[in-house]
Each structure stands twice: as structure tokens, then as C-alpha cells.
Design a protein around this ligand. Structure first.
Ligand code: SF4
Length: 211
């Protein structure tokens, strides 16, 4: 049985352990460990990311911090009242999340940002525990299809019956699940996700929470 939280040397995914060891040797000043959730446990909103970026969360130790995706995410969160302070791409920049907590579906950096199905399954007990630790959880934003599928399974649903779609809103039990394309550089550079499209997802979440 998995412990409630992964230790720094969690051994469950051999491929990710090997990458972690490689980067610990190359960059001993980086975080290089399973990245913990960020934000208050009392929050009503959980944002589910895919996995740490190599030079982002894997380096800084805070989700979406230090690489491109964080700029758009934290700006958008601030616009909708889910963040306070200035995001400065450092874990010690003083940014605070309000009523919102960010959790990655997979906590260790995967090669090319692509965790395998097994790695998603290995890390899911930690995702489930994080959700269980949020007593006021009412809504989830899933960033990308892999995070969407992982959260649906974690909540006891079936991805085939609850398919991912940008802007789609699903209900499982008392929880609202809102889907968005991931705010990666690739998605924004190709125009798959625009800041306007991303804002619309958080506007919908804010409206639901304020009902
Ligand atoms: S991804 Fe999750 S399960 Fe796999 S080694 Fe890292 S913390 Fe452990």
C-alpha cells in the first residue's frame, strides 16, 4: 500500500527514478523530487496539472513555477481572485493561492512531459489522498486530457463515459469538473489554447463557486 505522501525517494516509477537521479547528479541545487501540492487544503477549487516540468517545478519545487506554463496560469488565477501577490517564477516569491490548490497527477518529472499509463496509476494514490485532504472541495479544473482521465479515475468515474473536451463541464457526485487544454507553451504557441479560452474556463469556475 502506498503511504499518504511520497517521500523524496519514492521508488514506484523506475523510469522517473532514473531521471530524478540523473538530474540530482547534474543539478544538485534543484529540487529533483516529487513536487508537493501548493495552496490551502481548505480550498474549494483543485487544479490538476499533468506533471512537473524539468526546469519548472522539478527545479523550483512548486507546481507551475519557473517555466512558461506558470505565467499564464498564475496571471489567470489572480484575475479571478484565486491568487494574491506577484508571481516571480520562484518558490519563495510570496505568491499566495486563495481558495485554490494545485496538484499534479504525476509528481515526478517525466521524459518529454509524457508520463506513461503505469506512472499515472502509480501516482494516483497520492492524488486521491490530496483530494481526500480537501474537506471543502467543490470544483476541479483538469489541465489536459491525461490529467482529466487521472482525476476521473481517482473520483471513481470512467473516462470513456466522461470524455475530455476543452470547456467541458462534468459532474461526479457533488464535484464539478471543468476541462481545459493544458497551458503549456506548445498549446499556446500553436493557438490551440489562447489566454481568452483559458480565462473562460476560470470565469466559469468562478461563477459556479459564487452561486
Ligand atoms: S511519479 Fe509519483 S509514484 Fe512515481 S515515483 Fe514519483 S512520486 Fe512516486
Amino acid at each position: 500500500m502506498a503511504p499518504a505522501r511520497p517521500g523524496r525517494n519514492c521508488p514506484r516509477c523506475p523510469r522517473l527514478v532514473a531521471l530524478r537521479e540523473l538530474w540530482r547528479a547534474r543539478e544538485p541545487g534543484w529540487f529533483n523530487a516529487p513536487v508537493p501540492a501548493f495552496g490551502p487544503r481548505e480550498a474549494r477549487l483543485a487544479i490538476i496539472g499533468l506533471a512537473p516540468g524539468l526546469r519548472g517545478a522539478n527545479r523550483t519545487g512548486r507546481p507551475f513555477t519557473g517555466d512558461f506554463a506558470g505565467g499564464l496560469l498564475y496571471d489567470t488565477l489572480a484575475q479571478y481572485g484565486f491568487a494574491r501577490g506577484r508571481y516571480d517564477a520562484r518558490a519563495d516569491d510570496g505568491l499566495e493561492l486563495i481558495d485554490c490548490r494545485i496538484v499534479n497527477a504525476v509528481r515526478c518529472v517525466p521524459p518529454e512531459n509524457k508520463p506513461t499509463t503505469d506512472e499515472n496509476a502509480n501516482c494516483r494514490p497520492f492524488l486521491k489522498q490530496d483530494l481526500a485532504d480537501m474537506p471543502n472541495l467543490a470544483a476541479v479544473v483538469a489541465l489536459g486530457r491525461i490529467a482529466h482521465d487521472s482525476i476521473i479515475v481517482a473520483l471513481g468515474g470512467r473516462p470513456a463515459a466522461t470524455p475530455f473536451g476543452h470547456g467541458a463541464i462534468h459532474t461526479i457526485g457533488d464535484l464539478t469538473i471543468c476541462d481545459s487544454y493544458h497551458c503549456s507553451r506548445q498549446n499556446t504557441n500553436t493557438g490551440r489554447l489562447t489566454p481568452k479560452m483559458f480565462r473562460a474556463v476560470f470565469a466559469a469556475v468562478r461563477a459556479r463557486l459564487d452561486q
